[in-house]
Design a protein around this ligand. Sequence first.
Ligand SMILES: C[S@@+](CC[C@H](N)C(=O)[O-])C[C@H]1O[C@@H](n2cnc3c(N)ncnc32)[C@H](O)[C@@H]1O
Length: 246
Amino acid sequence: MKKPAATGKTKPNYGIDAPGVIRNLFLAGLALLAIVIFFPHVKIANVDVDTTGLVWSGGGCCFGGFLMLAYSLYGKYKHRDRMLNMVSWTGNEQVLDIGTGKGLLMIGAAKRLTTGKATGIDIWNAEDLSGNNVESALQNAAIEGVADKVEILNENVMDMSFADNFFDVIVTNMVIHNIYNKPGRKKACEEIVRVLKPGGTALVADFRHMREYENNFKEIEGVKTKLLPANYLTTFPAVSILIVTK
Ligand SMILES: C[S@@+](CC[C@H](N)C(=O)[O-])C[C@H]1O[C@@H](n2cnc3c(N)ncnc32)[C@H](O)[C@@H]1O
Protein backbone atom coordinates (compact mmCIF):
# COMPACT_ATOMS: atom_id res chain seq x y z
CA MET A 1 0.00 0.00 0.00
CA LYS A 2 1.21 3.50 -0.85
CA LYS A 3 2.13 5.93 1.95
CA PRO A 4 0.48 9.38 1.78
CA ALA A 5 2.69 12.27 0.69
CA ALA A 6 3.29 14.85 3.43
CA THR A 7 1.17 17.88 2.48
CA GLY A 8 0.90 19.66 5.83
CA LYS A 9 -2.92 19.44 5.67
CA THR A 10 -4.62 18.98 9.03
CA LYS A 11 -8.26 18.66 8.02
CA PRO A 12 -9.69 15.79 5.98
CA ASN A 13 -11.36 16.64 2.68
CA TYR A 14 -14.01 14.21 1.45
CA GLY A 15 -14.81 16.12 -1.74
CA ILE A 16 -17.88 17.34 -3.54
CA ASP A 17 -20.08 14.64 -5.08
CA ALA A 18 -20.92 15.01 -8.80
CA PRO A 19 -19.22 18.43 -9.08
CA GLY A 20 -20.07 18.73 -12.79
CA VAL A 21 -23.80 18.26 -12.13
CA ILE A 22 -23.74 20.93 -9.40
CA ARG A 23 -21.87 23.36 -11.66
CA ASN A 24 -24.34 22.78 -14.52
CA LEU A 25 -27.36 23.28 -12.25
CA PHE A 26 -25.99 26.63 -11.04
CA LEU A 27 -25.02 27.73 -14.59
CA ALA A 28 -28.42 26.80 -16.03
CA GLY A 29 -30.21 28.42 -13.08
CA LEU A 30 -28.25 31.65 -13.32
CA ALA A 31 -28.69 31.79 -17.10
CA LEU A 32 -32.48 31.43 -16.75
CA LEU A 33 -32.60 34.07 -14.00
CA ALA A 34 -30.49 36.41 -16.16
CA ILE A 35 -33.04 36.05 -18.99
CA VAL A 36 -35.84 36.98 -16.57
CA ILE A 37 -33.93 40.03 -15.27
CA PHE A 38 -32.51 41.37 -18.54
CA PHE A 39 -35.11 40.18 -21.07
CA PRO A 40 -38.48 39.98 -19.25
CA HIS A 41 -40.23 40.41 -22.60
CA VAL A 42 -38.82 39.01 -25.80
CA LYS A 43 -40.30 39.57 -29.24
CA ILE A 44 -40.16 36.47 -31.44
CA ALA A 45 -41.65 36.95 -34.93
CA ASN A 46 -44.12 39.64 -33.81
CA VAL A 47 -45.12 37.61 -30.72
CA ASP A 48 -44.38 39.13 -27.31
CA VAL A 49 -43.05 36.39 -25.04
CA ASP A 50 -43.21 36.98 -21.29
CA THR A 51 -40.14 35.18 -19.80
CA THR A 52 -40.86 35.92 -16.14
CA GLY A 53 -42.23 32.39 -15.59
CA LEU A 54 -38.67 31.11 -16.07
CA VAL A 55 -37.92 32.41 -12.59
CA TRP A 56 -39.29 29.10 -11.24
CA SER A 57 -37.08 26.93 -13.46
CA GLY A 58 -34.02 29.11 -12.75
CA GLY A 59 -34.71 29.15 -9.02
CA GLY A 60 -35.34 25.38 -9.06
CA CYS A 61 -32.01 24.65 -10.74
CA CYS A 62 -30.11 26.86 -8.26
CA PHE A 63 -31.97 25.32 -5.32
CA GLY A 64 -31.15 21.79 -6.57
CA GLY A 65 -27.47 22.76 -6.88
CA PHE A 66 -27.55 24.24 -3.38
CA LEU A 67 -29.11 21.07 -1.89
CA MET A 68 -26.51 18.85 -3.61
CA LEU A 69 -23.75 21.06 -2.26
CA ALA A 70 -25.31 20.91 1.22
CA TYR A 71 -25.25 17.09 1.04
CA SER A 72 -21.52 17.11 0.21
CA LEU A 73 -20.57 19.68 2.84
CA TYR A 74 -22.87 18.59 5.68
CA GLY A 75 -25.42 15.87 5.00
CA LYS A 76 -23.10 13.08 3.93
CA TYR A 77 -21.41 13.01 7.34
CA LYS A 78 -24.80 12.50 9.03
CA HIS A 79 -25.67 9.90 6.38
CA ARG A 80 -22.33 8.10 6.92
CA ASP A 81 -22.98 7.98 10.68
CA ARG A 82 -26.53 6.71 10.11
CA MET A 83 -25.14 3.85 7.99
CA LEU A 84 -22.29 2.93 10.32
CA ASN A 85 -24.57 3.07 13.39
CA MET A 86 -26.59 0.21 11.86
CA VAL A 87 -23.72 -2.21 12.56
CA SER A 88 -23.15 -3.74 16.02
CA TRP A 89 -19.36 -3.32 16.00
CA THR A 90 -17.02 -5.62 17.92
CA GLY A 91 -13.88 -3.91 16.61
CA ASN A 92 -12.36 -6.92 14.88
CA GLU A 93 -14.37 -6.84 11.66
CA GLN A 94 -13.02 -7.07 8.16
CA VAL A 95 -14.80 -4.18 6.42
CA LEU A 96 -15.07 -3.39 2.71
CA ASP A 97 -16.06 0.05 1.41
CA ILE A 98 -16.94 -0.24 -2.27
CA GLY A 99 -16.34 2.98 -4.26
CA THR A 100 -14.61 4.54 -1.28
CA GLY A 101 -13.63 7.72 -3.17
CA LYS A 102 -11.80 9.87 -0.64
CA GLY A 103 -12.47 7.29 2.07
CA LEU A 104 -15.60 8.64 3.77
CA LEU A 105 -17.07 5.30 4.90
CA MET A 106 -13.81 3.34 4.98
CA ILE A 107 -12.29 5.84 7.44
CA GLY A 108 -15.53 6.13 9.44
CA ALA A 109 -15.55 2.33 9.80
CA ALA A 110 -11.81 2.18 10.61
CA LYS A 111 -12.40 4.52 13.54
CA ARG A 112 -14.69 1.87 15.05
CA LEU A 113 -12.13 -0.92 14.71
CA THR A 114 -9.47 -2.22 17.10
CA THR A 115 -7.89 -5.30 15.53
CA GLY A 116 -10.03 -5.21 12.39
CA LYS A 117 -9.22 -3.70 9.01
CA ALA A 118 -11.12 -1.50 6.57
CA THR A 119 -10.44 -2.01 2.88
CA GLY A 120 -11.53 0.59 0.33
CA ILE A 121 -11.80 -0.13 -3.37
CA ASP A 122 -12.43 2.25 -6.25
CA ILE A 123 -11.83 2.90 -9.91
CA TRP A 124 -11.42 6.66 -9.26
CA ASN A 125 -13.92 8.22 -11.67
CA ALA A 126 -13.02 11.94 -11.70
CA GLU A 127 -16.58 13.06 -12.55
CA ASP A 128 -18.15 11.30 -9.53
CA LEU A 129 -16.24 13.16 -6.80
CA SER A 130 -13.94 16.20 -6.78
CA GLY A 131 -10.22 15.37 -6.37
CA ASN A 132 -11.01 11.66 -6.54
CA ASN A 133 -7.79 9.65 -6.24
CA VAL A 134 -6.04 7.13 -4.03
CA GLU A 135 -3.64 9.74 -2.59
CA SER A 136 -6.53 11.84 -1.24
CA ALA A 137 -8.04 8.80 0.48
CA LEU A 138 -4.67 7.86 2.02
CA GLN A 139 -4.12 11.47 3.09
CA ASN A 140 -7.53 11.57 4.81
CA ALA A 141 -6.81 8.26 6.58
CA ALA A 142 -3.50 9.67 7.87
CA ILE A 143 -5.13 12.92 9.06
CA GLU A 144 -7.91 10.95 10.79
CA GLY A 145 -5.31 8.73 12.53
CA VAL A 146 -6.37 5.41 10.98
CA ALA A 147 -3.70 4.89 8.29
CA ASP A 148 -2.64 1.61 9.95
CA LYS A 149 -6.20 0.24 9.82
CA VAL A 150 -6.96 0.82 6.15
CA GLU A 151 -5.97 -0.59 2.82
CA ILE A 152 -6.94 0.94 -0.51
CA LEU A 153 -7.07 -1.04 -3.73
CA ASN A 154 -7.81 -0.27 -7.34
CA GLU A 155 -10.69 -2.67 -8.00
CA ASN A 156 -14.01 -2.69 -9.82
CA VAL A 157 -17.05 -3.86 -7.83
CA MET A 158 -18.13 -6.00 -10.79
CA ASP A 159 -14.99 -8.13 -10.61
CA MET A 160 -13.40 -8.13 -7.16
CA SER A 161 -10.29 -10.19 -6.39
CA PHE A 162 -11.27 -11.05 -2.80
CA ALA A 163 -11.93 -14.62 -1.67
CA ASP A 164 -15.52 -15.78 -1.16
CA ASN A 165 -17.05 -15.12 2.30
CA PHE A 166 -14.26 -12.71 3.33
CA PHE A 167 -15.86 -9.56 4.77
CA ASP A 168 -17.96 -9.19 7.93
CA VAL A 169 -19.28 -5.78 6.90
CA ILE A 170 -19.62 -4.25 3.43
CA VAL A 171 -20.67 -0.65 2.85
CA THR A 172 -21.19 1.22 -0.37
CA ASN A 173 -22.62 4.71 -0.84
CA MET A 174 -23.70 6.33 -4.12
CA VAL A 175 -21.65 3.94 -6.24
CA ILE A 176 -23.62 1.24 -8.06
CA HIS A 177 -25.81 3.70 -10.04
CA ASN A 178 -22.57 4.68 -11.80
CA ILE A 179 -22.74 1.33 -13.61
CA TYR A 180 -24.93 2.27 -16.56
CA ASN A 181 -26.34 -1.14 -17.50
CA LYS A 182 -28.60 -3.60 -15.67
CA PRO A 183 -26.41 -6.72 -16.10
CA GLY A 184 -23.43 -4.78 -14.68
CA ARG A 185 -25.42 -3.68 -11.62
CA LYS A 186 -26.62 -7.27 -11.16
CA LYS A 187 -23.03 -8.53 -11.31
CA ALA A 188 -22.09 -5.92 -8.67
CA CYS A 189 -24.83 -7.22 -6.35
CA GLU A 190 -23.70 -10.82 -6.91
CA GLU A 191 -20.09 -9.89 -6.16
CA ILE A 192 -21.14 -8.18 -2.91
CA VAL A 193 -22.89 -11.35 -1.75
CA ARG A 194 -19.98 -13.55 -2.87
CA VAL A 195 -17.40 -11.73 -0.73
CA LEU A 196 -19.73 -11.24 2.27
CA LYS A 197 -19.31 -13.75 5.11
CA PRO A 198 -22.34 -15.83 6.12
CA GLY A 199 -23.78 -13.88 9.07
CA GLY A 200 -22.31 -10.66 7.68
CA THR A 201 -24.11 -7.45 6.73
CA ALA A 202 -23.88 -5.30 3.61
CA LEU A 203 -25.30 -1.77 3.58
CA VAL A 204 -26.00 -0.57 0.06
CA ALA A 205 -26.95 3.11 -0.17
CA ASP A 206 -27.90 4.86 -3.40
CA PHE A 207 -30.35 7.38 -4.85
CA ARG A 208 -31.74 5.25 -7.67
CA HIS A 209 -32.29 1.62 -8.76
CA MET A 210 -32.85 0.54 -5.13
CA ARG A 211 -35.77 -1.81 -5.97
CA GLU A 212 -33.66 -3.32 -8.76
CA TYR A 213 -30.77 -3.99 -6.34
CA GLU A 214 -33.22 -5.45 -3.83
CA ASN A 215 -34.58 -7.86 -6.46
CA ASN A 216 -31.04 -8.80 -7.51
CA PHE A 217 -30.14 -9.67 -3.92
CA LYS A 218 -33.40 -11.53 -3.27
CA GLU A 219 -32.72 -13.82 -6.23
CA ILE A 220 -29.64 -15.16 -4.44
CA GLU A 221 -30.33 -18.10 -2.12
CA GLY A 222 -29.97 -17.41 1.61
CA VAL A 223 -29.94 -13.61 1.24
CA LYS A 224 -32.37 -11.37 3.13
CA THR A 225 -32.97 -7.67 2.52
CA LYS A 226 -34.61 -4.71 4.22
CA LEU A 227 -35.04 -1.38 2.44
CA LEU A 228 -34.92 1.72 4.63
CA PRO A 229 -36.24 5.07 3.40
CA ALA A 230 -33.95 8.03 2.85
CA ASN A 231 -33.48 10.74 5.42
CA TYR A 232 -34.69 13.74 3.40
CA LEU A 233 -33.10 16.22 5.80
CA THR A 234 -29.55 15.01 5.21
CA THR A 235 -29.41 13.58 1.69
CA PHE A 236 -30.04 15.12 -1.73
CA PRO A 237 -30.83 13.44 -3.98
CA ALA A 238 -32.61 11.25 -1.41
CA VAL A 239 -30.41 8.24 -0.57
CA SER A 240 -32.10 5.05 0.70
CA ILE A 241 -30.27 2.25 2.44
CA LEU A 242 -30.67 -1.45 1.68
CA ILE A 243 -29.62 -3.82 4.46
CA VAL A 244 -28.45 -7.13 2.99
CA THR A 245 -27.76 -10.14 5.21
CA LYS A 246 -26.38 -13.51 4.16
C1 LIG B 1 -20.27 9.74 -5.69
S1 LIG B 1 -18.72 8.95 -5.36
C2 LIG B 1 -19.03 8.38 -3.69
C3 LIG B 1 -17.75 8.14 -2.93
C4 LIG B 1 -17.94 7.64 -1.51
N1 LIG B 1 -18.62 6.36 -1.49
C5 LIG B 1 -18.68 8.66 -0.67
O1 LIG B 1 -19.82 8.39 -0.27
O2 LIG B 1 -18.10 9.72 -0.41
C6 LIG B 1 -18.85 7.42 -6.28
C7 LIG B 1 -17.58 6.60 -6.26
O3 LIG B 1 -17.82 5.33 -6.87
C8 LIG B 1 -16.68 4.99 -7.64
N2 LIG B 1 -17.08 3.97 -8.62
C9 LIG B 1 -17.88 4.14 -9.70
N3 LIG B 1 -18.04 2.99 -10.36
C10 LIG B 1 -17.32 2.05 -9.68
C11 LIG B 1 -17.06 0.66 -9.88
N4 LIG B 1 -17.59 0.01 -10.92
N5 LIG B 1 -16.29 0.00 -8.98
C12 LIG B 1 -15.74 0.67 -7.93
N6 LIG B 1 -15.94 1.98 -7.70
C13 LIG B 1 -16.72 2.67 -8.55
C14 LIG B 1 -16.25 6.32 -8.24
O4 LIG B 1 -14.94 6.30 -8.74
C15 LIG B 1 -16.44 7.24 -7.04
O5 LIG B 1 -15.29 7.29 -6.22
